[in-house]
Design a protein around this ligand. Structure first.
Ligand code: GDP
Length: 534
C-alpha cells in the first residue's frame, strides 16, 4: 500500500457522511430529501424527485408489478456534495412498500434523521424504525416538520420523544408561534432569530432574515402575545432542557432537535449544516478480526439488500453493498467470505435517484450496487487481503403471516426451490408449523407487499401458481433459550409455536396484548424481537 493511497482513503473517509431518514408516511420525507438535494446542487429545481417518482410510474422497463401498482419496491441511494462533504442518503422504503429492507437499510447507515410531523408527533412506523436505530446505537437527528401548519405544543413534542423513546432531546432551534402565526425559529447557539418568510411553495431556496432576540424590528414584526409566549417557553427550555453532549449524541442517547418546514424550505439549510457538524463519520465496525476502521487499507464491505428484476429484459439482480474499509475499484477481484470464492466486481453501479450510473471507486460509508450473479445473500461479506467477516444482519420481527399453498402439485420441486432461494435471498422469512399436518410453508413478513412480491416471483421465475391463506397473528417473538425453555412450560396460552428456517422456536401472538399476557404469566421466558441470522 502506497502512502498516497492510504492518504486518499483517509481523506475520503474524513468527508463522508451517511444517513437514512426514519419517518412515518406523509411526514415529508420526499419533500425534505428534495430540499436537501437542492442545497447539494444535485438537482436544480424542487419538485424534481417527486416528478421523477411519478414519471417512473409510466416508464416501461420497471418490474411489471411496480407498474401495476404504481409504487416503488426498490430503494435508492442518493449521493450529493455540500461544503466539501460527500453525503450519502440511504432511502428507506415506506408506505405500502415497507419491508424488511427498510430495517436492513439502517444496518448500512451511520446516522439517522428522524422526521416528525409537528401535528402528529411520533407515529408507528417511526417508532419501529427507531427501535432498530436503538439496537445499533445510531446517532439520531430530529427534524420536526410542517411548522407552517398548526401543530402540537413544541414542549409536548419534546416530552413525547423523551418519554416514549427514552431519548434526551437537545433543542438546537426553538420555534416562535405555529401554523398561521409561525414566525421563525431562535437559533440557540448563534443567539439569532431566523425570521420565516413564506415563499411560493418553497420552489426556490428560502430567503432568511436574521434578527437579534431583543431587536425592535423583531418585536415590531411579531404580535406581543406570540413574542411573550415564545420568551416564556424559551425560559422553560433554558432551565429544564438538557445540556449539549456530543458523546451522548454519537452513542444514540441524545438527539439534536430542529424545527422547520421542508415544504417552504425553512430551516433545511441550518439543519443540514448542523447535521454535517455533528454527524458521525464512517466508523470502525465489528468483524471476525475485531473492529476494523474505514481507513484499513484493504477493501471490505457487506451486502445489506438484494433487489431482483429491476429490469425484466435483463433479469438482473442488484446486490447493494455498504463499503466499510479501504478503496473499492471497478474490476477489482475480491473474496466472498461465506463461500471462499473469488469474484471480479466488474459491473458496479451507484444508484442516483432512479438512474443507474457506473461507479469507478468508492470508500467507507459509500454504497454501491453490484450485478449479482446469484451468489450473494443478505449479510455476506466481501473483502480483499486478510479474511474478515462482518456480523450478520438480524431477522426483524415479522407482523404478517400467511400459509403459501402450491396450486400445482406436479411442480412441487420448483415450488420448494423457489421458496428456498427467495428465503436465502432475504426476500421473505419462512417459518413452519409445528403441527405435522400443516406442511405448507408460512411466509412471515414485515410488510404485506412482501407476500405479493414472493407470489409474483414464484410465478414468473419458477412457474408456480400459489395462493395465500392468511394467519391472523401480528406479533412474533423468538424464544431466547430455544426448545429447552419451552419444554419447561406446560402450555403457552394466547400464542402458537412455529419454527423458523433454523428450526428455532418462534411464538406468534394475535396482538401486543396477548404478548403482554404471556410475559406476565411466564416471567422466566426470555423473548426477543430480533434474531441473528442462523
Ligand atoms: P412522505 O410520504 O414522507 O415522503 O411525504 P411527502 O414529502 O410526500 O409529503 C406529504 C405531504 O405533506 C405532501 O402533500 C407535502 O407537500 C406535504 N408537506 C411536506 N412538508 C411539508 C411542510 O413543511 N409543510 C406543509 N404544510 N406541508 C408539507
Amino acid at each position: 500500500m502506497t502512502n498516497e493511497k492510504q492518504q486518499e482513503i483517509q481523506e475520503a473517509v474524513q468527508v463522508r457522511r451517511n444517513f437514512a431518514i426514519i419517518s412515518h408516511p406523509d411526514a415529508g420525507k420526499t419533500t425534505l430529501t428534495e430540499k436537501l438535494l437542492l442545497y447539494g446542487g444535485a438537482i436544480h429545481q424542487a419538485g424534481a424527485v417527486k416528478a421523477r417518482r411519478d414519471q417512473r410510474k409510466v416508464t416501461s422497463d420497471w418490474m411489471e408489478m411496480e407498474k401495476q401498482r404504481g409504487i416503488s419496491i426498490t430503494s435508492t441511494v442518493l449521493q450529493f456534495k455540500y461544503q466539501g462533504f460527500q453525503i450519502n442518503l440511504l432511502d428507506t422504503p415506506g408506505h405500502q412498500d415497507f419491508s424488511e429492507d427498510t430495517y436492513r437499510t439502517l444496518a448500512a447507515a451511520d446516522n439517522a434523521v428522524m422526521l416528525i410531523d409537528a401535528a402528529k408527533g411520533l407515529e408507528t412506523q417511526t417508532k419501529k424504525l427507531f427501535e432498530v436505530c436503538r439496537l445499533r446505537k445510531l446517532p439520531i437527528f430530529t427534524f420536526i416538520n410542517k411548522m407552517d401548519r398548526p401543530g402540537r405544543d413544541p414542549l409536548e413534542l419534546l416530552d413525547e420523544i423523551e418519554q416514549e423513546l427514552g431519548l434526551k432531546p437537545y433543542v438546537v432551534n426553538w420555534p416562535i408561534g405555529t401554523g398561521d402565526s409561525f414566525k421563525g425559529v431562535y437559533n440557540r447557539s448563534q443567539k439569532v432569530i431566523n425570521l420565516f418568510k413564506r415563499s411560493a411553495h418553497g420552489s426556490q431556496q428560502a430567503e432568511v432574515k436574521n434578527l437579534e432576540i431583543e431587536s425592535e424590528e423583531l418585536k415590531s414584526s411579531i404580535e406581543p402575545e406570540i413574542y411573550s409566549e415564545f420568551r416564556d417557553s424559551l425560559e422553560i427550555l433554558e432551565e429544564l432542557g438538557n445540556d449539549f453532549d456530543l458523546e451522548k449524541i454519537h452513542s444514540g442517547g441524545m438527539t439534536p432537535v430542529f424545527f422547520g418546514s421542508a415544504m417552504t424550505n425553512f430551516g433545511v439549510q441550518p439543519f443540514l449544516e448542523a447535521f454535517l457538524k455533528y454527524a458521525l463519520k464512517p466508523d470502525g465496525r465489528n468483524s471476525s478480526i475485531g473492529i476494523v476502521d474505514p481507513t484499513y487499507p484493504e477493501f471490505s464491505g457487506f451486502i445489506f439488500k438484494l433487489q431482483a428484476n429491476m429490469d425484466p429484459k435483463h433479469r438482473d439482480r442488484v446486490a447493494f453493498i455498504r463499503v466499510c474499509t479501504g478503496k473499492f475499484q471497478k474490476d477489482m477481484i475480491v473474496n466472498h467470505a461465506r463461500t471462499g470464492k473469488t469474484i471480479r466486481l466488474s459491473r458496479p453501479q451507484k444508484l442516483f435517484a432512479q438512474d443507474r450510473s457506473s461507479v469507478e471507486e468508492a470508500f467507507g460509508g459509500d454504497v454501491i450496487g453490484l450485478n449479482n450473479p446469484g451468489m450473494f445473500a443478505i449479510g455476506d461479506t466481501i473483502y480483499s487481503g486478510q479474511k474478515l467477516e462482518y456480523e450478520g444482519i438480524p431477522c426483524f420481527s415479522p407482523e404478517f403471516f400467511s400459509y403459501l399453498k402450491n396450486l400445482n402439485p406436479s411442480k412441487f420441486k420448483q415450488f420448494q426451490k423457489g421458496i428456498h432461494e427467495l428465503k436465502e435471498e432475504g426476500a421473505i422469512q419462512i417459518m413452519h408449523s409445528t403441527d405435522g399436518f400443516k406442511r405448507d410453508p408460512i411466509l412471515a413478513a414485515v410488510g404485506r407487499l412482501q407476500f405479493e412480491v414472493v407470489q409474483f416471483r414464484i410465478l414468473s421465475e419458477y412457474g408456480v401458481d400459489t395462493t395465500l391463506e392468511s394467519i391472523p397473528f401480528e406479533v412474533a417473538r423468538w424464544v431466547k433459550d430455544g426448545w429447552k425453555a419451552l419444554e419447561k412450560i406446560d402450555r403457552v396460552f394466547n400464542a402458537i409455536t412455529v419454527k423458523d428456517s433454523w428450526d428455532r422456536p418462534v411464538l406468534l401472538f394475535k396482538n401486543k396484548w396477548a404478548l403482554q399476557q404471556v410475559i406476565t404469566d411466564h416471567p422466566e421466558l426470555k423473548l426477543d424481537s430480533v434474531a441473528p441470522v442462523g
